[in-house]
Write a protein that binds this ligand. Structure first.
Ligand code: DX5
Ligand code: ZN
Length: 220
């Protein structure tokens, strides 16, 4: 069986207690910390920048998985690399220079990811797969936490899994949006290695460690 990685999304955390939330995620068995960066242009919401990534870097030793939902991400790749990102993911739709942006991430010594919105054909992967360590299939339209998983994402995950297995084994397949105890097992069995979850980890009453265990048990 493929190793399952859980990546709590900070977007759903309490930003007034960010250090505690990060420590709880790490103690609870998170594999990565997913950090959502939004610019109010590529997506209709604003979130955080390199300053917060650098603050997270000081609190956790988990890999920081930085998801850039920003236009022309190549402008900020250096800043996020310096802030301590381990993986930087850019959207295929966010720049006419996707190939250059991915190369730039690698030049900064950081792992590179490419993200695809729900309506973006997977064929773009053929052109950039050699340049990436991670493929992110969005299972909601990016911009907000707490949205409903788009069912068609399962077919996209299966297709992306087949492309990765054939052309670039070892590349991680990540899914982001609407992951909970019900969708997590289906996304995993459709081929995802990394499950991003915001509200399912930081929301609810049970606590972060309990929520992570529940997600893991739902998949197994
Ligand atoms: C959406 C973000 C997600 C979001 C997921 O634009 O990229 O990472 O935080 O939140 P949930 O898990 O609540 O759908
Ligand atoms: Zn995200």
């Amino acid at each position: 069986a493929r190793a399952l990685k859980l990546a709590p999304s900070l977007l759903a955390a309490d930003f007034a207690r960010l250090g505690d939330e990060l420590r709880a995620a790490e103690a609870g068995g998170a594999d990565l910390i997913h950090v959502d960066v939004m610019d109010g242009h590529f997506v209709p919401n604003l979130s955080l920048g390199p300053l917060i990534v650098e603050a997270c870097r000081r609190v956790t030793s988990l890999p920081l998985d930085v998801h850039l939902m920003i236009s022309s991400p190549e402008r900020y790749i250096g800043a996020f690399a310096e802030a301590g990102a381990d993986i930087i993911t850019v959207h295929a739709e966010a720049t006419p220079h996707l190939h250059r942006a991915l190369g730039l991430i690698r030049e900064c010594g950081v792992q590179a990811g490419v993200a695809l919105n729900p309506a973006t054909p997977l064929t773009v992967l053929n052109e950039v797969l050699a340049l990436v360590d991670l493929v992110l299939v969005m299972s909601v339209n990016p911009g907000f936490g707490g949205q409903t998983f788009i069912e068609g994402s399962l077919r996209r995950l299966r297709a992306a899994r087949a492309i990765i297995d054939a052309q670039r084994p070892g590349c991680l397949l990540e899914v982001d949006g609407g992951i909970n105890h019900e969708t997590a097992p289906r996304a995993y069995h459709a081929g995802a290695d990394v499950l991003v979850a915001g509200s399912a980890v930081f929301g609810g009453e049970g606590g972060v460690a309990h929520n992570l265990t529940a997600l893991r048990e739902a998949v197994q």
